[in-house]
Design a protein around this ligand. Structure first.
Ligand code: FES
Ligand SMILES: [Fe+2]
Length: 396
């Protein structure tokens, strides 16, 4: 997992003010709820009393109540009531749950996963997602695969000819997306299966966004081409656009063995002129989401579950030139993990207390002037503090 990033964790509408919502993300159990002013609250879900999950509890005033013995925790994480000790009992300040920074944006709840900072950066979302005016629907589900493999599968589309074929649903795709009106769509399957080549691929990098365009085409009939633009934004947002459809996936780590796929499907441009009502325009994206959840995505997961190794990183694959986006993703991912580890190590070193006294060295102290701030220079990763940096750099 890449630290110091905003991760979307679920659609904002799923967090209610009348009951807590539990999710597992970034290897942690979290509880989300809304305070009496409607503000979003995200906390560690483990009750510090005896470890029950607060998401199984209920709302009580401006607090979440543990389902086991009724301890209540306010928006600041502090315990506000221990019913078994009676009203007015002294509650230790240490009885609290961790509070995590969260924000609402683009219809989702975003969790800051990383070091504490006075001012957190803005949420990263490419304009294809942030400024997209199209009507859309959103659905999410969990799969038993590592997020690197999941992201990889969405950064290329030349697997589709092999993975997404021969199911009855794929025939709908053949008919409507690939078939020609001249042949009433019946040539769709043949056209779909013969487009196996990637041509005209082009990759651009802009901050944390990678924009990749290419043509998926039939070598023997270059007119049989689908033009794709894939826009990936770290840590986990994949936006895909073709002439026929448009979708955004967020592949969010649940833990080292599972990923949450939050999928947004936009209205089909072809149907917009005939479907006037926004509600009606939402129906086809909604159907596409269910088809993805139950059919297309299942076809991908069948492959990904059996991939080795389970976690992708630089050097584990023999990429070809058309895997340019995959390679760039992995390289930038390891760079961001490394930068986060260095930032953490630097903060820990800065917070290190000064040594009480030092043994005099063999040479006069004047030969070893102290730095201007009175601190010793940061030691490299081999020392004790560096270990946490190394550990962080291994966080996957
Ligand atoms: S475990 Fe939560 S109140 Fe006892
Ligand atoms: Fe796929």
């Amino acid at each position: 997992m890449i630290p110091n990033q905003w991760y979307p964790i679920l659609p904002a509408e799923e967090v209610r003010n009348d009951k807590p919502t539990g999710v597992r993300r970034m290897g942690q159990e979290l509880v989300l709820w809304r305070d009496l002013d409607g503000n979003l609250v995200c906390q560690g879900a483990r009750c510090p009393h005896k470890g029950a999950n607060l998401a199984d509890g209920r709302m009580k005033g401006n607090a979440v109540e543990c389902p086991y013995h009724g301890f209540r925790y306010g928006p600041d994480g502090g315990c506000k009531a221990i019913p078994s000790l009676g009203a007015g009992a002294r509650i230790p300040g240490s009885l609290r749950v961790p509070v995590h920074p969260v924000r609402e944006a683009h219809g989702l709840v975003w969790l800051w996963w990383g070091e504490e900072r006075a001012g957190l950066p803005d949420i990263q979302a490419a304009p294809e997602v942030a400024d997209n005016p199209k009507v859309h629907s959103t659905l999410h589900w969990t799969r038993p695969v590592h997020y690197t493999r999941y992201i990889e599968s969405l950064l290329e589309f030349y697997h589709i000819t092999y993975v997404h074929r021969d199911h009855w649903f794929n025939y709908i795709d053949y008919l409507f997306l690939y078939g020609t009106p001249r042949k009433l769509g019946l040539d769709g399957k043949e056209r779909y299966l013969s487009a196996t080549k990637i041509a005209n691929h082009h990759l651009e990098t802009e901050g944390q966004t990678l924009r990749y365009s290419f043509d998926h085409q039939d070598e023997a009939d270059p007119k049989n081409t689908t033009h794709y633009v894939i826009t990936f934004t770290f840590p986990c947002q994949v936006h895909v656009r073709t002439e026929q459809f448009e979708a955004t996936s967020w592949l969010v780590p649940v833990d080292d063995g599972h990923t949450e796929h939050i999928l947004r499907w936009y209205e089909y441009p072809a149907f917009k002129p005939v479907l006037r009502s926004e509600k009606l325009r939402r129906i086809l994206p909604w159907m596409s989401l269910y088809m993805e959840k139950w059919i297309q995505d299942v076809q991908d997961v069948r492959i990904m579950e059996r991939q080795e190794p389970k976690i992708s990183e630089g050097g584990v694959s023999k990429f070809t030139p058309v895997d340019e986006l995959n390679a760039k993703y992995l390289a930038m991912r390891s760079r961001l993990i490394q930068e986060a580890a260095e930032s953490k190590a630097a903060k820990e070193t800065a917070a290190e207390p000064l040594p009480a006294a030092e043994e005099p060295g063999p040479e006069p102290a004047a030969n070893h002037p102290a730095p201007a701030n009175g601190r010793r220079t940061a030691k490299p990763a081999a020392n004790g503090k560096g270990l946490s940096a190394v550990r962080a750099s291994r966080a996957r």
